[in-house]
Design a protein. Structure first.
Length: 300
């Protein structure tokens, strides 16, 4: 799942990934070893607009088979339908049956659902775990057939997570949050991408990075501002009594780097030093009391 506020660039990212998968190639260190068939189900954009963006973005993928990529992508867009025509609702059993059947017949191996709001007309309360269950069932069924799914969603009002029930996260192996960087260029897709969930083995590509689309090329750089927040968030979780333990939890073994990142966070106003220290002191007190209690009742 990839979530972001409107206009940040989540559709541009998803279409880039569609091209990478459809044509084989590499983007920002991510690779697709061979071309696969891709289905894009879009509940918001014009079909012509999607096609134009795909044509623009195809050169952003290194090593891509351009012709194969464009032939391997199929678009189902709400805006291509006549007014009042039924469109896909991924929470509806009829949609689920039709999509599942078509995926099997057409040999689709990767499907992009863009986005939750426009593809769940019958959902009801998106904050309800019960209401989201039909969508979860559909996603789990796709997972059992080895079909890759990218679900596009909107961020909440605070911009620090996705909208709706937390139950939605249970089925995903990977979740990405996209946020507008502080110095985003005007008129260009630009966002800071941070992985908020990743079930596979960790690597350097999980570090927060800034993606900026310049013409038809993505420029990717380290997001120093977001990286500074990583140890802050680890400490704020209340699970780590020392900076070093917090650093280890996010894959940073060098305690000097942890101190440097915290200093950057304080300098940029991303966190307050006294509040971070207060969290650590509170946890150390809890751990000391727990240790004293355990010694007091140690069996003879």
């Amino acid at each position: 799942m990839a979530w972001a506020a409107p206009g940040v660039g989540k559709t541009m990212l998803s279409l880039t990934l569609a091209l990478m998968v459809a044509g084989g190639g590499e983007v920002a260190g991510w690779t697709a070893p061979k071309p696969r068939k891709v289905l894009i189900v879009d509940g918001e954009m014009r079909g012509e607009g999607i096609a134009e963006r795909l044509t623009l973005l195809v050169d952003s993928v290194s090593g891509i088979d351009r012709e194969t990529a464009l032939n391997n992508i199929e678009i189902r867009a709400r805006q291509l339908q006549k007014p009042g025509t039924w469109f896909y609702d991924i929470g509806d059993p009829q949609t689920q049956r039709e999509l599942s059947a078509y995926i099997c017949v057409a040999g689709i191996e990767f499907i992009i659902l863009d986005n939750v709001t426009t593809l769940t007309d019958t959902l009801g309360d998106e904050n309800s775990a019960d209401a989201i269950k039909p969508v979860l069932t559909f996603l789990m069924d796709l997972k059992t057939t080895n079909v890759g799914v990218l679900l596009i969603h909107h961020s909440n009002k605070g911009g620090n997570s996705y909208r709706g029930s937390t139950a939605l996260m249970t089925t995903f192996e990977v979740a990405m949050g996209l946020n507008k960087p502080q110095e985003a260029p005007m008129g260009q897709a630009s966002f800071s991408l941070e992985f908020t969930k990743f079930r596979a083995k960790s690597n350097q590509l999980l570090a927060p990075r800034v993606f900026t689309l310049d013409g038809s090329k993505w420029h990717v750089s380290e997001d120093e501002g977001n990286e500074a927040l990583r140890p802050v968030r680890a400490i704020q979780s209340g699970r780590f009594a020392t900076q070093q333990d917090a650093g280890l939890s996010i894959g940073i073994q060098d305690k000097t780097k942890v101190s440097r990142l915290l200093a950057q966070a304080y300098a940029k106003g991303l966190a307050k030093q006294h509040e971070i220290k207060r969290v650590s002191r509170r946890l150390r007190r809890v751990l000391r009391k727990r240790s004293m209690t355990m010694r007091r009742f140690k069996p003879v």
